[in-house]
Ligand binder design. Structure first.
Ligand code: NAP
Ligand code: GLV
Length: 330
């Protein structure tokens, strides 16, 4: 009996791989560095399906090189690395993993918010460098108060909502701007819908959770940063390209805003000599929003299940191009 061929472009949890092996001939990319676009085209040339990652570029040349593909299963919620219309045109189902990572990513948004506000990383470094000579000083290490402040959410989707709920737990007033207004969430949680300009002007902490799309590319540039409070802290866990990095550097050095907590950056990884790394009012993390054991395992298992469903010609648990179901008659 024909066993489908599957390529997994990165190491994932072993139980997810076990699940795939029950039905497919599977190969796994062995390195930590991702395959180049050329390598990916060769690796998928004969594949019926693949488990892919945010760093894999999925475009028309890839689909040309991989004519047998029925399903691509991304272990992430962001899909900006994929040409979705092209996948749909080729009849390739796209799986992804929304929801299961929202709480872990929102936890990290709060870790960044608190770390930046209360200067956690900066003061830890200061201690380790041997500078803690006076036990306590009434005027040292003053930061921003989180409780009682206003949290602005840009993009009230899965992660934005979880971040907003954490804000309520810290006695923050929550305002939001999103593409679509959410009256039910406003009623249930007391969130206030505002325009983008008002979110920029009124937030003490502005947490960004929109996907990267042509509309949100450089969503936050000089003009937007100048509208923020000079005491405000910007937190980004979406994609680096949503913020204009040069404008952000200017804002942080000229005092347009007070600080930034960044899990993502443009470019990624941040070059070692990038001037943003010299700033004390910035906390930079290496894109680890969903990196808890539990969430990553759930993402990988969901990725495996999406892949298997696609190989069997069934509906996926989470599909980014469900309009294909009708075409494929499933
Ligand atoms: P989601 O549930 O789709 O939420 C995104 C929200 O942004 C939606 O509510 C959406 O629209 C809103 N939105 C889209 N375009 C907008 C625009 N132009 N203006 C204002 N709002 C807009 O996705 P999610 O699960 O929360 O994930 C969000 C993003 O986070 C992902 O796309 C990914 O890039 C990033 N992410 C990063 C990490 C990390 O490790 N740092 C982890 C996971 C995800 P509506 O208002 O119409 O609902
Ligand atoms: C991670 O960045 C994701 O989009 O899931």
């Amino acid at each position: 009996m024909y066993k489908p061929r599957v390529y997994v472009t990165r190491q994932i949890f072993p139980d997810a791989l076990d699940l795939i092996e029950t039905v497919a001939n599977m190969e796994v990319w062995p390195d930590d560095e991702p395959p180049s676009p050329e390598q990916l085209r060769e690796l998928l040339a004969d594949a019926d399906g693949a488990v892919i990652n945010v760093m894999d570029r999925i475009d028309a040349p890839l689909f040309d090189a991989a004519p047998k593909l029925k399903v691509l299963s991304q272990v992430a919620v962001g899909l900006d690395n994929i040409d979705i219309p092209e996948a749909t045109k080729r009849g390739v189902l796209l799986g992804y993993t929304p929801g299961v990572l929202a709480k872990a990513t929102a936890d990290l948004a709060f870790a960044l918010l608190l770390a930046t506000a209360r200067r956690v990383v900066e003061s830890d470094k200061w201690v380790r460098e041997g500078n803690w000579k006076i036990s306590h000083h009434p005027m040292f290490w003053l930061g921003s108060e989180v409780n009682g402040s206003t949290l602005g959410i840009l993009g009230l989707g899965g992660i934005g909502l979880e971040t907003a709920k954490r804000g309520l737990g810290f006695d923050m007033k929550v305002i939001y701007h999103s593409r679509t207004r959410k009256p039910e969430l406003e009623k249930e949680y007391g969130f206030k819908y505002v325009s983008l300009n008002k979110a920029l002007a009124d937030s003490d902490f502005l947490s960004i959770h929109v996907p990267l799309t042509p509309e949100t590319n450089k969503f936050i540039g000089e003009k937007q940063l100048k509208k923020m409070k000079p005491t405000a802290i910007l937190v980004n866990l979406s994609r680096g390209q949503v913020i204009d990095s040069d404008a952000l550097y200017k804002a942080l050095t000229k005092g347009w805003i007070a600080g930034a907590g960044l899990d993502v950056f443009d470019p990624e990884p941040v070059p070692e000599n990038h001037p943003i790394l010299d700033l004390d009012n910035v906390v930079v993390l290496p894109h680890i929003g969903s990196a808890s054991n539990r969430s990553r395992r759930e993402m990988h298992l969901m990725g495996a299940r999406n892949l298997l469903a696609g190989l069997k010609g069934e509906r996926l648990e989470e599909c980014a191009n469900p309009e294909l179901y009708e075409t494929l008659g499933i």
